[in-house]
Design a protein around this ligand. Structure first.
Ligand code: FAD
Length: 516
């Protein structure tokens, strides 16, 4: 039986993989995780997609089990600031898009919405976020539909099986190092062997398959399947097996980041329950509120900005609280490995691929890869069909997300610096130009977005197109003939629901303070 897994790397990817496989296969699988005590983790990666709840559900963990240990908060949306022009903002929320008579509400909004804010007219969450509220009441109950209908019956399905059926109203923000620590304890309690040591050599047999890894102090570690979670180094897949890395740099030029962890009095400041992406002259700054600090960082292209200037801008942006905080400068490898599974090695996490964290997709990639590996787990015969299905799923997700991120820049109206002007003339992924032409006439739907599962439903594309403001959009001509009464009732219903929620929900900080 093929059941010995060796995971190299103890960052978010390594520990998520170890804990998930223990939850999935229990004692029937033998897992060893080796992580270096000398090479650190990347030290960022704090915001997630709402699908992450399926990961915690799968591990049998409730929010009260893990959130307090990880300094965690809720994320109801990504808030984009200054992408259209300075002073403008909009939300891309986790909230099911309503439709009326077969047309998405945003289409009706284009025909004539109550205000000039599509996000507040078509969704309830933006107003909940602006007010700094929690989507749960103090007794733990969740705001009602339309977000979670049917979610319980679908526990145990993978993320791709869920898509389009449910939309959970929030994701999480947490301290990555604390989550790794929490999952370490979870995994070790369930039998994962944890070795702290440096892998110095990857040993290949005559076929070029990995036979083991040699460590500094623990000798050789052998196994059947080797999972490369060594981050941007790609020690097993890219270095030892020489699998090429396909760069996305020609379409997504941001290749650097500088990050700060800034302790703040969050009780006084309040927790805005979202991740904010604030456009800058040569990139954008993320702000992620946790319970006792914010995580923040400037993602930029070094062709346009030096690391010193980026750090200075970030410190000014944060203010005096950032004065004594050390900066973490990171070179980002943007793109994906040609194949993430080769022979008996599977790369998960940054070693597999990465795109800039504009929509917090890094941990989503990890979760998706783990689910796909569990589903396509190889048998004794190493039937290549499993490997090929896995590799296709991984490359589709990454290529699809790349396209979605490129859309952010192409659609952003901002053109006040060379960096922003160049976003309009740079090469874009094949197929995107054609799709954008269609979307100018008809808002995105499942037939016209990237054709494979990649985690982003059509409503996400609508939000970006409507919020960024640089691409002119038209309502469907059919709406000129349709009766607008039902749509108007829907807009009123959203206003009414927004009023009820903003009057009754507790402050996000207060909710977490009770949970913590
Ligand atoms: P790492 O954290 O780099 O871990 C690598 C591990 O390999 C370490 O344990 C190290 O000790 C070990 N290792 C390396 N060499 C050896 C060796 N020779 N022997 C033994 N062990 C070794 N994702 C999101 O979902 N949301 C976000 O908001 C987000 N923001 C990000 C911001 C930035 C600037 C960057 C760069 C990434 C961001 N990500 C985000 C991605 C996220 O950080 C990663 O997907 C996640 O942290 C997983 O990293 P990893 O485990 O693959 O690698």
């Amino acid at each position: 039986m093929l059941n010995r897994i060796v995971i190299v790397g103890g960052g978010t990817a390594g520990w998520m993989t170890a804990s998930y496989f223990k939850a999935a296969f229990g004692d029937r699988i033998d897992i060893t995780l080796v992580e270096s005590g000398n090479v650190g983790t990347v030290g960022v990666g704090e915001a997630t997609f709402s699908d992450i709840r399926h990961f915690f559900d799968f591990l049998g963990l409730k929010e009260e089990d893990w959130m307090p240990a990880c300094n965690a908060t809720y994320k109801l949306a990504v808030r984009f600031e200054n992408w259209r022009e300075k002073g403008h903002h909009f939300y891309h929320p986790f909230e099911q898009m309503r439709s009326v008579n077969g047309f998405p509400l945003t289409d009706w909004w284009l025909r004539g919405g109550p205000t000039d804010r599509f996000d507040k007219d078509c969704f309830v969450m933006p107003s909940v976020i602006d007010a700094g509220l929690s989507p749960r009441y103090m007794d733990g109950s969740l705001i009602d539909q339309p977000f979670v209908e049917g979610a319980d019956e679908m526990q145990g399905l993978t993320m791709s099986e869920h898509q389009g059926k449910t939309q959970f109203p929030y994701a999480y923000q947490f301290e990555a190092a604390l989550l790794a620590k929490y999952l370490t304890a979870y995994s070790v309690e369930r039998g994962v062997k944890h070795i702290t040591d440096d892998v110095q050599r990857v040993n290949l047999d005559e076929r070029g398959w990995i036979s083991g890894v040699t460590t500094a102090e623990h000798g050789d570690i052998t196994g059947d399947l080797f999972v490369d979670c060594t981050g941007f180094r790609g020690l097993l897949l890219n270095k030892a097996l020489e699998v090429p890395f396909l760069s996305y740099q020609d379409t997504l030029p941001n290749d650097s980041a500088v990050a700060l962890q800034v302790p703040l009095d969050m009780e006084r400041r309040g927790v805005l329950p979202c991740t904010t992406a604030t456009a800058q002259d040569a990139g954008w700054i993320w702000t992620i509120p946790l319970m006792s600090r914010i995580g923040t960082g400037y993602v930029y292209a070094k062709d346009y900005l030096s690391p010193e200037e980026a750090e200075r801008t970030l410190r000014e942006f944060v203010g005096p609280a950032a004065a004594d905080v050390p900066a973490n400068h990171i070179r980002m490898r943007i793109g994906r490995s040609e194949n993430s599974w080769v022979n008996n090695c599977v790369a998960i996490g940054l070693s597999s691929g990465f795109v800039e964290p504009l929509e917090s997709t890094g941990i989503f990639f990890i979760h998706h890869a783990i689910e796909q590996l569990a589903k396509n787990f190889p048998g004794e015969d190493w039937n290549p069909v499993h490997r090929d299905l896995y590799n296709d799923a991984i490359s589709h997700v990454m290529d699809g997300v790349r396209e979605f991120l490129v859309l952010h820049y192409v659609a952003a109206k901002r053109d006040d610096t060379q960096y922003w002007r160049d976003t309009k003339t740079r090469r874009i992924p094949d197929g995107l130009a054609e799709r954008i032409e269609k979307w100018r006439t008809q808002l995105p739907d499942s037939e016209t977005v990237f054709p494979y599962y990649h985690g982003l439903p059509p409503y996400s594309y609508m939000c970006i197109l409507l919020g960024m403001g640089g691409i002119e959009l038209k309502p469907s001509p059919a709406l000129a003939l349709a009766d607008p009464d039902a749509a108007e009732r829907e807009f009123l219903d959203i206003q009414e629901k927004t009023r009820r929620l903003t009057e009754s929900l507790p402050k996000a900080y207060d909710y977490f303070a009770r949970l913590h």
